[in-house]
Design a protein around this ligand. Sequence first.
Ligand SMILES: Cc1cc2nc3c(=O)[nH]c(=O)nc-3n(C[C@H](O)[C@H](O)[C@H](O)COP(=O)(O)O)c2cc1C
Length: 187
Amino acid sequence: MKVGSARATPRSDDVLIVYLTRTGNTKAVAEIIREEVGDTMVSVEPETPYPKNYEEIVSQVARENGRGYVPPLKTKIENIGEYDAVFLGFPTWDMQLPPPMRSFLHEHDLSGTTVIPFNTNGGYGVGSSFRMVDEMCSESDVLDGFSTRGGLERDGIYLAIEGERRKEVHDSVTTWLERIEIGAVVE
Ligand SMILES: Cc1cc2nc3c(=O)[nH]c(=O)nc-3n(C[C@H](O)[C@H](O)[C@H](O)COP(=O)(O)O)c2cc1C
C-alpha cells in the first residue's frame, strides 16, 4: 500500500491486526476491524502470563514501567515486513503503553510499514500510549489512532464492548477507518 494522498485500500491479506487483551474489549475492537478490512489477527502473549488478580497486575505493571522492563513474549511474527499495514491494539495500562506492546515493538521491525494504533481504556484515555507508538515506530507511517471506552476492571466491569455498545463502537470504527482512508475489503 502506498501512503500519502493516493493511499490505496489494502487487500485483506496485506493487513495484520495485532492486539493485546485481558478482558476482551480490545479483542472486540480487533474483531470489528477484521470485519471491515482484514483477516489475520494475532494476539500478543507474554511468556509468563500476568496475574489474574487485578491489584497484583496493577502493581506488577507499575514496577515494570518504573524500570522500563520489556517482558519476553511467546508471540513472534517472522514475516511482519510483508504486511502493508499493521493495526496495533492495546488497552491503556497505568496511563501508558502496556509493557508487552513495548516488547512487541522492540522485537518487530515495522519500518516502512503503515502502523495504525487502536485502544480501549477505562475512561481515562490513551495516556502516553499513542505517543509511545509514534516514538517506537519512527520509521513507520503512523496513522491517527482510534480509542474508545472499554471495561473498568477496578470497578468490576470486564467485557463492556458487547451488545448495543458493540454496535456503537462498530459505527465509530467505520467512521474512523473512512477518515484515515482505510476502506472496506473489495473482493
Ligand atoms: C493493569 C491495568 C491498568 C489499567 N490502567 C488503566 C489506566 O491507567 N487508565 C484507564 O483508563 N484504564 C486503565 N485500565 C483499564 C483498561 O484499560 C480497560 O479496562 C480496557 O478496556 C481493558 O481492555 P481489555 O479488555 O482488552 O483487556 C487498566 C487495566 C489494567 C488491567
